[in-house]
Design a protein around this ligand. Structure first.
Ligand code: SRM
Ligand code: SF4
Length: 559
């Protein structure tokens, strides 16, 4: 009888087992003024607390300058004006004076010194938001549609989003003791050694887990890219339930075909009362079946891809004690945010403000950060909503306050009409350099310039103001969901990008690889012929992504 080969778990699994409270020695390192950075293991634990240790990669030649990134958790992306004031203060006092709106409706702070880390995390908690589980092998920020334009049911969906976020939050006491009380947990105490989270157990999930709510026909958060997607079914302006989809994700690695982006499969319909049970069941399937031996193969999407949709449906039904009804019809038509002033369904107004690459900051002639701060100071009842397209929506605005808000924005060079070129408004970029340790090339700092060059090219072939959804990332992990874009630039090396083409306007189709390497300097030479053909060959109103799928990529596949 041959003995089975022992299963080698990843190092992350070993440290979670050893310290299930996730406390590590974080508090002790914070308290030690001689320590300029956290240990590798603590760096893994820190993620569960919402922070990453980074270094400014622009400065590497002169040695590593350690800085911390903090990611908040903001279910549905909704902040009060008071919370915006706190975030603005924290960013100017302790971070790099920018607020980074993320693709998951949160705010990231960059450039924090270790000595200021606790002040930032505590400040966020004092504002009644949190950073717990913003990162790490747990359920991440839960997305919900931020735009109040389409249906009153948005409020019900937002309430469900908050309910699920709360139900799936980890219960460790270490977070409170480190960041609020400033105390290092005694790791040898029995209650800490034996701690097991009621939902996650001792070792949490094999990898991150993501949930999004969406209300058709607007897919403004790319619902199919999530581990669990909840597609609201609204009848007569009332929420009747959700179509459930499972197994989406973007992350992949160059040169490793076993990793791939995947769209979630729609598996059935549930009424809202079953939501928490179903969310817990899907999370538990990831917990129990996700690959703990290989972090590149550990996401739920691989479990669903390999075991199949019927298996997943049966497993969810059995765990949640329900029967999934057949999914209900729905249709997506767009992924875009509404910019400019619009009337909300409840009669109030909202203003969609485009934020270039999600970075709220002041630059010469465009002091967006100061302007938003003044709006928060003067209009305490409005909400600041973060969109998954990296924009900010000012919501709950009374008709009488519109002029005052317009005046503040105009004074700071922030336009409310024609805020950005068509290409820029439809674009997204991940942060990449200089903060992201995984970046192979530029993204946030590169994309606006690249778009100007593409605009010129499109104008040359007679297509000025053609909207094409273009996204860039500094590596293949997919943080700006590039594999859903009509054109995606995915970093391979400095100045070199893998180019993917063929996503659609409604976020329902994955794009495909077009060229493995395009040099940034060769952009015009590479794209001029393609845009020329598109201009000639497109059918009436056909979008670039659809033409690529119909013609270009077919030709490529045919060799
Ligand atoms: Fe992400 C890792 C930034 C949304 C897939 N992501 C990272 C890290 C933390 C790099 C690291 O691990 O050291 C990046 C920090 C950069 C920096 O300097 O700030 C980072 N991810 C971001 C943000 C800020 C991008 C943005 O432009 O806004 C987004 C923060 C979201 C949030 O607020 O919670 C962000 N990341 C995403 C998304 C999009 C989404 O969730 O809708 C994805 C693709 C969807 C998915 O998860 O499949 C995504 N991030 C990844 C991955 C690949 C995961 C995988 O399955 O392979 C990594 C790498 C990893 O986890 O090992 C990663
Ligand atoms: Fe960093 Fe890559 Fe994510 Fe961009 S896509 S933020 S480079 S991990």
């Amino acid at each position: 009888m041959s003995a089975e080969a022992p299963v080698k778990l990843t190092h992350n699994e070993e440290i979670k087992t050893a310290i299930p409270t996730l406390a590590g020695t974080i508090a002790a390192t914070i308290a030690d003024p001689a320590a300029d950075h956290f240990s590798d293991d603590d760096n893994q634990f820190l993620k569960f607390h919402g922070s990453y240790q980074q270094d400014d990669r622009d400065l590497r030649k002169t040695g590593k300058k350690y800085i911390m990134m903090v990611r908040s958790r903001v279910p549905g992306g909704v902040l009060t004006a008071q919370q915006w004031q706190v975030f603005d203060d924290l960013s100017s006092k302790y971070a790099n004076n920018t607020l980074r709106v993320t693709t998951r409706q949160t705010i990231q702070f960059h450039g924090i010194l270790k000595s200021n880390l606790r002040a930032v995390v505590k400040g966020i908690n004092d504002s009644l938001l949190s950073t717990l589980a913003a990162c790490g092998d747990v359920n991440r920020n839960v997305l919900a549609p931020p735009t109040p334009a389409y249906t009153q049911a948005r409020e019900q969906v937002y309430a469900d989003c908050k309910k699920v976020a709360l139900a799936l939050a980890p219960k460790t006491q270490a977070y409170h003791s480190i960041w609020i009380d400033g105390v290092q947990l005694d790791l040898n105490a029995n209650e800490n050694k034996d701690f097991a989270d009621p939902l996650y157990g001792k070792t949490y999930l094999p990898r991150k887990f993501k949930i999004a709510f969406v209300i058709p026909p607007v897919n403004d958060l790319d619902v199919y890219t999530n581990c669990l997607g909840l597609i609201a079914i609204v009848e007569n302006d009332q929420l009747v339930g959700y179509n459930v989809c499972v197994g989406g994700g973007m992350g992949r690695s160059h040169g490793n075909d076993a990793t791939y982006p995947r769209l979630a499969d729609v598996i059935g319909f549930i009424t809202p009362d079953k939501l928490v049970d179903v969310a817990k069941a899907v999370l538990a399937i990831h917990r129990d079946f996700g690959d703990r031996t290989d972090r590149k193969h550990a996401r739920l999407k691989y479990v669903i891809a390999e075991r199949g949709v019927d298996w997943a449906r049966a497993e969810i039904e059995q765990r949640a004690g329900i029967t999934l009804a057949p999914s209900k019809p729905y249709n997506f038509t767009t992924t875009a945010d509404l910019l400019d002033w619009r009337k909300a369904v409840d009669g109030t107004w909202f203003l969609g403000l485009f934020v270039t690459t999600g970075r709220v900051k002041d630059v010469q002639g465009h002091a967006l950060k100061t302007a938003l701060r003044q709006v928060a100071d003067k209009f305490p009842t409005i909400e600041f909503r973060l969109s998954a397209n990296q924009n900010v929506i000012l919501a709950n605005v009374n008709e009488a306050d519109k002029a005052g808000i317009n005046a503040i924005l105009a004074e700071h060079g922030v336009k409310v009409e024609n805020q950005a070129s068509v290409l820029l408004a439809a674009s997204m970029a991940c942060p990449a350099l200089p903060t992201c340790g995984l970046a192979l090339g530029e993204s946030e700092r590169m994309l606006p310039g690249l778009l100007e060059r593409i605009e010129k090219l499109l104008a040359e072939v007679g297509l000025p103001n053609e909207e094409i959804i273009i996204r860039s990332t500094g590596c293949p992990n997919g943080c700006a969901r590039p594999y859903m874009a009509e054109i995606a630039f995915v970093g391979k090396a400095p100045g070199r990008y893998q180019v993917w083409l063929g996503g659609d306007v409604a976020g329902t189709r994955l794009n495909k690889i077009w060229k493995d390497v395009v040099k940034e300097t060769e952009l015009e030479n590479e794209f001029h012929p393609v845009f020329t053909r598109f201009a000639k060959e497109r059918t009436a109103g056909e979008r670039f992504g659809d033409w690529c799928e119909r013609v270009l990529l077919k030709e490529l596949a045919a060799g």
